[in-house]
Each structure stands twice: as C-alpha cells, then as structure tokens.
Write a protein of this length. Structure first.
Length: 222
C-alpha cells in the first residue's frame, strides 16, 4: 500500500525534531521533505532567529530536501498566507498531501493551520498533540535530542536562560508557570543532535541581544 507523501513543517527547534522522529517511527507517511520559513531581511529562520547556515547543516544531517519560504520582516499576515499558499501548491505538484507539525496543545494555532491546509487540499498531522509537556520534555532529553535556547520572551523568562542547553538541568531550573516545552512562546530552540540527525551539528553560543522585545543568542557554527 502506498503511503501518503508528507513534509515536515520545520522550525529548526526541538518540537519539530521530536515530531519528525515520532512520525518516522509511526511509519504511516512517506516523509519526503521539510518546509521552513526564513526571514529574507535577516537571512535567519523566522521566529527562532537561527542562521541560515545552521539550518542548512540541519537539512544535510536530516537528509531530506527543504523548501524555504522567504518572508519579509516584519511580515504582514496576508503576505505570510500568500507565500505559504504558493508553497503548498508547489508541494501538491510533487504529490505531497500531508504536512507534519510539532504543535503540542494550542488549539487555536492547530485550527488555523488546519483551515489553511484545507484551502490547499492538504491534511495536517500532529504527532505530539496532547502529550503532557513535563513528561514530553524529559522524553526529548532522554532520546538524545540536544538543543540550545535560541530566543526567549524576557517578560516570561529571565534572559540568563538564553543560550543554555535544553537538558534536565535547564528543566529543573525553570520557574513555576513556564511550560517545559515553551509552548506558550516562553522560549524557542535550535536542535543540533538527536535520533533524526545522521551526525551532531557543532554549535557555539555567540552574542546575546535584545531585538523587537525578544532576547536572542546568536548561535554560531561550532
């Protein structure tokens, strides 16, 4: 039986990495590529602020082609939706019918994704949906997944957490009220090793800056 073709909506972070791993383990889809949004202004992964060269290192280590959707910064929602719709048409032309996401529990974001996918005649897949995030975060670490905190919201989490490794010590240090997977936007990560990667990606931490109300650590090729 032919499996449906799917792509992974790739953020460069731990949730995408673990969702891709879960989808690969389930074996129900023919995962043929990645889809990533990149700032054409900064040449960095949108939201996470990760350098494009580190994204390319991830793509090489995963071994799947990546369709990059270039977005202005700031990006009006109409522009975002138009460019994502164009990307969906490109993927459909390649026989892709499903898109995988690393979302965990935010129902409004899932509904938004599913509505836009429906317009394109595609189906969303959410391998991690509904899993309890304290246990999920520990499972990520236990799997061998390695990630760094690339950006955070300083109104929710102290800037000193930026650049840290996402590990058990990090999880133990999180204040009460902070989701251990950062699902409420507290922090975002860059995944550099784990079960989906053929090899670890050397990375080191550079300068930490505040921009547009968020704190970013400039992660550099190691």
């Amino acid at each position: 039986m032919t499996k449906p073709k799917a792509v992974m909506s790739w953020s460069s972070g731990k949730d995408s990495a673990f969702a891709l791993h879960a989808a690969q383990q389930a074996g129900e889809l023919d995962i043929v590529g990645l889809l990533t949004t990149v700032s054409e202004t900064h040449d960095r992964v949108a939201i996470h602020g990760v350098r494009d060269e580190l994204l390319d290192a991830q793509i090489a280590a995963i071994g799947l082609p990546c369709l990059k959707v270039w977005l202005p910064t700031p990006c009006p929602n109409a522009v975002y939706e138009a460019r994502m719709a164009a990307a969906a048409e490109t993927l459909k032309g390649q026989g892709v019918t499903h898109m995988i996401f690393g979302d965990l529990f935010l129902a409004d974001i899932r509904a938004y994704r599913e509505a836009n996918l429906a317009k394109a005649g595609m189906t969303g897949v959410f391998p991690l949906w509904g899993r309890e995030t304290p246990a999920l975060a520990r499972a990520m670490v236990a799997s061998g997944l390695v990630a760094h905190i690339a950006t955070l919201d300083p109104t929710r989490l102290d800037p000193s957490f930026c650049g840290r490794v996402f590990d058990n010590a990090f999880l133990d240090a999180l204040p009460d009220g902070i989701d251990p997977c950062g699902e409420n936007g507290e922090f975002h990560t860059f995944a550099s090793a784990g079960p989906i990667f053929a090899n670890p990606i050397p990375v080191r931490t550079g300068e930490t800056v505040t921009r547009d109300g968020f704190v970013y650590t400039d992660l550099l090729p190691g």
